[in-house]
Design a protein around this ligand. Structure first.
Ligand code: PEP
Ligand code: MG
Length: 570
């Protein structure tokens, strides 16, 4: 595909160079932005007239002077005339000035660096706003960004997106999970990519191996085109499985559920024959909004989801923000966000958010009764009890208001190591459990799921993770409660064989991988899966576990869904 570099809002440092033909249009755009910022400055100055002294307000005059034709404005114009787009010219000029101010001895003048930067940011914001609508997405767009966000994915017109590249983050980041759900090849954590220089060039994104090729040769392009075609045929072949049950050769059933969040997940899940929703990430509709959605708005969103799958069950997780999931209108700034204010911790501190959400869920389920509520990031019984108390309160309220709904099944996510050791105590108080292997892996191995530098250490086949999963199943079943798994591990076909053998009651995964998992589980016996599990549980090394598992499946003739594109030598 073709690289389209998208920028985070108004960050001067990451503006790429971009050559333009229509210099007059760029000049005009820049002049417009100058005019708007001038107006803003006059307005701000007038607004603050009663609060600031005259000398203090002089800052705005300084700003206005800097914008003058003789100063910044003219320098930027000069660079545009060399064929650089307005944003790139602005970056060059502003950063140049900032650097010069920062080097000055005089403290007052050094301070001016931040004024220039601020001014630059204001101009850039206007330039980007104008550009946003003008950004063209060619066919086979490969979106490249310093930090991909779900909103950026949403802006590409349907059918145009072929690949994603993010400089930050890792394969376990939330944006990668969305990409996987959409079936878009993605490479995360490409820390050394000179991304500001690749706009408009041809790229190959190999998500299987985490590789990006710039300006690929004809031969390589041809080889990858063949992989794409093979994938298409495989997917087409798997479509036939839609109506067939997920059942091993020796008759063991394994319900396959789906994870949802994006609107598109609903249609995809239905096409692929999911048997229920094991995880509806409610934070997604919150993330694409500009403010907290009201109870009424949430009710409508949830009702749509419940109705789409009815009578199949839909497991709605209460708001799980924090970590790498941010709401622009509810910023959380922390040194250590994954060990900080996340998930249930936020909503128990803000019961009003929790109550509005659970009330909306309950009301949405009226007459459908296929709702299940799931609580994220529970680390002990006290949090669970508080959350249960609030759910009961919400239930009482909606019934008082005339909504006739039964109390839905309530479950807890096991994704913090402490919860693994409290499985029995937690299970006693709820109806079901669901393992969040994404976070559980990160916390057991002390590997930030979002940090590309340690991404190699993040491994859900680590023996410690496998042992934790076995313990959870054992303890949950001892309390007579079913246990599912909804982390990305469940959608990895080879790992799913082990999860089947361990005794999970259902697997919940992205719709993209569901047919592959179903295909594989239908080709194997439970006894063979158990034999494999027995074998890997004696091993102490995750790499050995990985290769043993993959080799065994390949020897059974089942390699087709576990490692495509394996024969390309670039
Ligand atoms: C998990 O942690 O495994 C999980 C399913 O939740 P999320 O990825 O949304 O944190
Ligand atoms: Mg989680």
């Amino acid at each position: 595909g073709t690289a389209v570099v998208v920028l985070p809002p108004a960050d001067l440092n990451v503006v790429p160079d971009r050559a333009v033909d229509d210099i007059a249009a760029e000049l005009e755009l820049f002049d417009k932005a100058l005019g708007w910022v001038r107006e803003d400055m006059h307005e701000l100055s007038a607004k603050l007239a009663t609060q600031l002294r005259k000398e203090e307000r002089a800052l705005f005059d300084v700003y206005l002077m800097m914008l003058d034709d003789a100063a910044l404005g003219n320098e930027v114009r000069k660079v545009i005339k060399t064929g650089q787009w307005a944003q790139g010219a602005l970056r060059q000029v502003v950063l140049d000035h900032v650097q010069r101010f920062e080097l000055m001895d005089d403290a007052y003048l050094r301070e001016r660096a931040s004024d220039v930067r601020d001014l630059g940011r204001r101009l850039l914001a206007y330039l980007q706003e104008e550009r946003k609508s003008a950004l063209v997405y060619p066919d086979n767009t490969i979106l490249v960004s310093e930090e991909l966000s779900p909103a950026m994915l949403g802006e590409v017109p349907e059918g145009k997106l072929a690949g994603l590249i993010s400089v930050t983050g890792s394969g376990n980041s939330h944006v990668a999970i969305f990409a996987r759900a959409m079936g878009i090849p993605t490479v995360m954590g490409v820390v050394d990519l000179p991304y500001s220089k690749i706009d408009g060039i041809k790229l190959i994104v190999d998500g299987y191996h985490g590789e990006v090729f710039t300006n690929p040769s004809e031969l390589l392009s041809k080889q990858y085109a063949e992989v794409v075609e093979e994938e298409r045929q495989l997917t087409e072949g798997l479509d036939a499985l839609r109506a067939l049950p997920c059942e091993t050769l020796d008759g063991q059933r394994m319900p396959l559920w789906v994870n949802t969040g994006l609107l598109a997940d609903v249609a995809r899940a239905q096409q692929r024959g999911a048997e229920g929703v094991g995880l509806y990430r409610t934070e997604v509709p919150f993330m694409v909004n500009e403010r907290f959605p009201s109870e009424k708005e949430q009710l409508a969103t949830y009702r749509e989801q419940l109705q789409a799958f009815h009578p199949l069950p839909v497991t709605m997780r209460t708001l799980d923000i924090g970590g790498d999931k941010a709401l622009s209108y509810f910023p959380i700034k922390e040194e250590n966000p994954f060990l900080g204010w996340r998930g249930i911790r936020v909503t128990l501190d803000h019961p009003e958010i929790f109550l509005v959400q659970t009330r909306a869920m309950l009301k949405a389920s009226e007459g459908l009764n296929n709702l299940r509520i799931l609580l994220p990031m529970i680390s002990g019984t006290q949090e669970l009890e508080e959350a249960l108390h609030l759910i009961h309160r919400a239930w009482g309220e909606v019934r008082d208001e005339g909504t006739d709904v039964p109390l839905p099944p309530i479950g807890v996510m096991i994704e913090i190591p402490a919860a693994v050791y409290q499985t029995r105590e937690l299970a006693r108080q709820v109806d079901f459990l669901s393992v969040g292997s994404n976070d559980l892996t990160q916390y057991l191995l002390a590997v930030d799921r979002n940090n590309p530098r340690v991404a190699d250490l993040y491994d859900f086949l680590h023996p410690a993770v496998l042992q934790a999963l076995q313990k959870v199943i054992h303890d949950a079943h001892a309390e007579g409660k079913p246990v599912s798994i909804c982390g990305e591990m469940a959608g990895d076909p080879a790992a799913a064989v082990l999860l089947l053998a361990m005794g999970f009651d259902s697997l919940s995964m992205n719709a993209t991988n569901l047919p592959k998992v179903k295909w594989l589980l239908r080709q194997i016996t439970l006894s063979k899966a158990r034999e494999l599990l027995g074998q890997v549980m004696t091993m102490d090394n995750p790499h050995l576990i990985y290769s043993t598992l993959h080799l065994a499946l390949r020897n059974l003739g089942l390699g087709r869904v576990i490692n495509p594109a394996s024969n390309i030598q670039a």
